[in-house]
Design a protein around this ligand. Structure first.
Ligand code: PLP
Length: 399
């Protein structure tokens, strides 16, 4: 066969989330969308802030076609990067310069670029992720030519198990991806966890005489409840690259906009930034969407209504735990990670489906026996699903 079989495999085998989402559309056509409780996809339900739409209109009415639709520098417009750097410095005090910011098409592109920039050809590099993890990490890591290594979390809390991590670090470890707030658990890694993690990475880097890089995947940074703090990893570990995205923080997943920030404290940071530029170039991720670079620069302080997600979280968490389901109370993102009511999460998923509840079995996320409920949906759907969740729990003899 004269084409890449690995790529064929990726393209022909849809992710389970997409499979369920497609099923949901078919089912909605059969019985009406209001009767399908689809919690499969992490597509933000809260609208983008009004400022975003107003800014787009204003830009279209007042700015030149070249500014809005032309190419920017490969790494992004210098003015936009300056505004982002100022905002990062004001919030986290890291002293980053615009020359360490690279504009990208969202966190997926940012992760692919960072991995490509770090992983060395033929070196058998390894990249560690923490279960449960966003399934696409496997694709991005393997595509960069590295091996994925999975570290298991602490039971019940789903915080990082630093002892397990230590057992997984080897001289081949090139990078570690940390995602907090986490998809799919909704857990925010505590400052205590972060400090223990970074102390271990410092120690292991010194022991092996080479840096282990920390990639902070932060599309959910702004989606936290009740004032929970998400530690900014650059302030804890010098060899950090942050992958930020506006997909969830401003409800703009279809616009493909985000950035990479390389820590100013990183040894060799300028060269790593140049490797980021080279990786962006080699992957074709240059010049992120110009219009949205301008929108972001003007809406740097805009926020979505996080309270709407919190309301859904509270309704689901309170009711599901009352029905006998077990789950950790999420502090952020818009996912509830629920223990299936039988060992096999796929079988549980099939039984839930009979009640028109669509959740995602999480074996591919690195933890078996759990399902993910994406509650980024209308409150009416969350409330409408409660009798079905109750009936399902009754079927399992939980109530
Ligand atoms: N990382 C995580 C943990 C995600 O959940 C997602 C999307 O759902 C991404 C990265 C990719 O986000 P983006 O839309 O910014 O590419």
């Amino acid at each position: 066969m004269s084409y890449n079989q690995k790529m064929y495999g990726l393209g022909s085998k849809r992710s389970i989330i997409r499979e369920i989402f497609e099923y949901s559309k078919t089912r909605a056509a059969e019985i009406g969308a209001e009767n399908v409780y689809d919690f499969s996809l992490g597509n933000p339900s809260v609208p983008a802030p009004c400022e975003v739409n107003d800014t787009i209109r204003e830009l279209l009415d007042t700015q030149s076609s070249v500014l809005l639709h032309g190419y920017t520098s490969a790494q992004g417009d210098a003015g936009v990067r300056g505004i982002i750097a100022d905002r990062i410095n004001a919030r986290f005090g890291v002293g980053i310069s615009p020359n360490l910011i690279y504009m990208t098409c969202g966190a997926a592109a940012s992760l692919s670029i960072c991995l490509k920039a770090l992983v060395e050809d033929g070196a058998e590099d390894e990249c560690i992720v923490f279960a449960p993890f966003f399934t696409e990490y496997r694709v991005f890591i393997e595509n960069a030519g590295a091996k994925i290594v999975v570290s298991q979390p602490l039971e019940k809390t789903f915080q990082i198990d630093v002892c397990d991590l230590e057992s997984k670090i080897t001289p081949k470890t090139k990078a570690i991806i940390v995602n907090s707030p986490n998809n799919p658990s909704g857990v925010v890694y505590s400052e205590e966890t972060v400090k223990a993690l970074c102390e271990l990475l410092e120690r292991k880097s010194a022991e092996y005489g080479k840096p282990i890089y920390l990639i902070a995947d932060e599309p959910y940074r702004e989606l936290v409840y009740s004032g929970v703090e998400v530690p900014y990893l650059m302030n804890y570990y010098d060899n950090t690259l942050v992958c930020y995205s506006y997909s969830k923080s401003l409800s703009l997943p279809g616009e493909r906009i985000g950035y990479i920030a390389v820590s100013p404290k990183m040894a060799d940071g300028t060269n790593i930034y140049l490797a980021v530029c080279g990786a962006g170039r080699s992957l074709g991720y240059v010049c992120a969407p110009s219009l949205f670079q301008q929108v972001i620069a003007r809406c740097i302080d805009a926020k979505v209504n996080v309270e709407a997600y919190k309301e859904n979280r509270d309704i689901l968490y309170d009711n599901l735990t009352a029905f006998g389901y077990e789950c950790v109370k999420p502090d952020g993102a818009f996912y509830l990670f629920v223990k299936a009511l039988e060992d096999d999460a796929y079988k549980f998923f099939e039984r839930a489906k009979k009640h028109e509840i669509l959740v995602v079995p999480c074996d591919d996320f690195g933890v078996s026996g759990y399902v993910r409920i994406a509650y980024c949906t209308d409150k009416s759907r969350v409330e409408g699903a409660l009798p079905a969740f109750r009936a399902l729990a009754e079927e399992y003899g939980r109530i």
